[in-house]
Write a protein that binds this ligand. Sequence first.
Ligand code: PLP
Length: 361
Amino acid sequence: MSWPNWLPLRENLRPLSPYGAPQVPAQASLNTNENPYSPSPALQKAITDAVATVSSDLNRYPDRDATVLRTKLAEYINELSGTKISTDNVWAANGSNEIIQSIFLAFAQGPVLGFTPSYSMHPLIAKVTGAQWIDGKRNADFSLDTSAAIVEIEKHKPVLTFITTPNNPTGGAVTIDEIALLADACKVVGGLLVVDEAYAEFSQEKSAVTLIADNPHVIVIRTMSKAFAFAGARVGYLVSDAAVKDAMMIVRLPYHLSALTQAAAQVAIDHRAELLGGVARIIAARESVVQALHDMGLTTVTSSANFVLFTGFKEEAPQLWAELLEKGVLIRDVGLSGYLRVTIGNEAENTLFISALKELI
Ligand SMILES: *Cc1c(COP(=O)(O)O)cnc(C)c1O
């Protein structure tokens, strides 16, 4: 990106381009790991009713602490993971990206370590906030080598260490025992371990929220955008020690989470049985898509999430991506040479993806 000379853009931002997957219309949108199932008419009505109720108070600022929402999120986490976290262990924001940015604003005075390829917003937000990002490496099959990661932590003494599990864009998950070892290493160097669990509900692994009571330097980031089928509302949250959550109060913007968002999210959590009902279906569909890709002679990376990274095609990834789009199928070129990532959609979308790909390879 070339910026005009008159624009006094901060020097560290000059080399950067805006992040974002192309938002282009397609018959099958399988590029941003959204949940393919829209809210039921009953849930739509419940959300509309809740929004109607708060709209009479829109002249007033919202609850800046989003207490009701945070209490519901704490209940949800305790229900899933058998923890005893409370409202004071949860902070909610406009998507987990706001959570990530706030963590950088509060803590990133010193090196920050992550293991790539992983979620590209971690290093991008590091650059934007002027933090020093260190690229740790993964194994050739994209799994995380815990021992090597611990060596990196001991060497760089990062103030923040990011791991993403299940990892995006590769799909693999890290066991709770491995996360505990990484947490120990971070503790020794006086840093925080940030575990991005955007896809946790799709994985069989135990969540790192179970470590927090004994490890206050562990922060877990979650989102309602993926399994929860609520990406449009923009709600992410962190689960942490109360001191971490209190630090977020320093860097947050005033009244950052709108009354409309809070009201809609509260209803969505109350309807979690319905919203999360699609998870098992998506996992089953993922296994069918993986099988179909293998039947075509392609190779997949083992996924514990709602997407699959695949390789083994002859064309360059950007070219195959463009040809699929011409056939109405939008997937994601994540910038890994020879690989493309497909989000698991509904049955019609997955069928269209597989049939379009068959014609192309
Ligand atoms: C999708 C994603 C997020 C973010 O989502 P929000 O919609 O901002 O909550 C965060 N981390 C990872 C790894 C993701 O894939």
